[in-house]
Write a protein that binds this ligand. Sequence first.
Ligand code: PLP
Length: 288
Amino acid sequence: MDGQYLPMSEAKLSVLDWGFLHSDATYDTVHVWNGRFFRLDLHLDRFFRGMEKLRMKLPYNRTEIEKILSTCVALSGHKSAYVEMICTRGGSPTFSRDPRQSENRFIAFAVPFGSVANKEQLERGLHVAISNTVRIPPRSIDPTIKNYHWLDLVKGLFDAYDYGAETALIVDINDNIAEGPGFNVFTVKDGCLKTPAYGVLAGITRQTVFDLCDELSLSVSAGDIDRNELKGADEVFITSTAGGIMPVSKIDETVIGDGKVAALTRQLTDLYWEKHADPAWSTAVNYA
Ligand code: PLP
């Protein structure tokens, strides 16, 4: 940050930054697995698109940001990492309330790879609760801009914990399933996959599932999914950079399928991890 590489403990942000004060920021998170970035181009595309929509500008171009991210990983020494790039509105040197006067700020960091689901949950499937909390609608915040408007998702998480579940899905304004804290969701029914279309982040892992389905000649679509359709699915899984494709075995009190990680979820998960070594899907970190 501010043109320097620092240990995480020394990376500090001004409390006057609008990223902190108003959640006025966009970000992206890419992961590194066995020394290789996974689908870095797609993450950079999304990051630059978000900045453009928010009318933010940085003094770095795409190649420079790519180099900064690689250097963060190399300095951290991590072979598997969670790498975040952030652009905040920053602040105005004259304390102007006009966002056009702000000096936008770039921050990037690399920390050890983390997952939504732990090892046990990956083996048996997650227990998810559907919260009545409504995801902030697209007319308020464009969900394709990756953002920190998470109060709805965090409320959903507390609702899920109160219920005795491990994580949450929250709904859109029409009470259809939207997404969860840091992940998209898919159903499998009679061999066809489906994921919510409205009011969700276009996740890179979600896109990856579309690409893997294409390769496997599986039918996949985006559209409304209500609570009954979700609970009546043969298989359900969630997708995130933080963990990849992760099985769900129970939603509220409903056991999904036979309650075990099922065939298509397994096949897609295996192929997803295989792609991490494929140069068409991944880029080597420069540790030199
Ligand atoms: N939805 C939300 C709200 C998220 O924050 C994230 C990731 O952080 C996702 C979905 C999954 O997106 P991706 O697959 O790009 O990690």
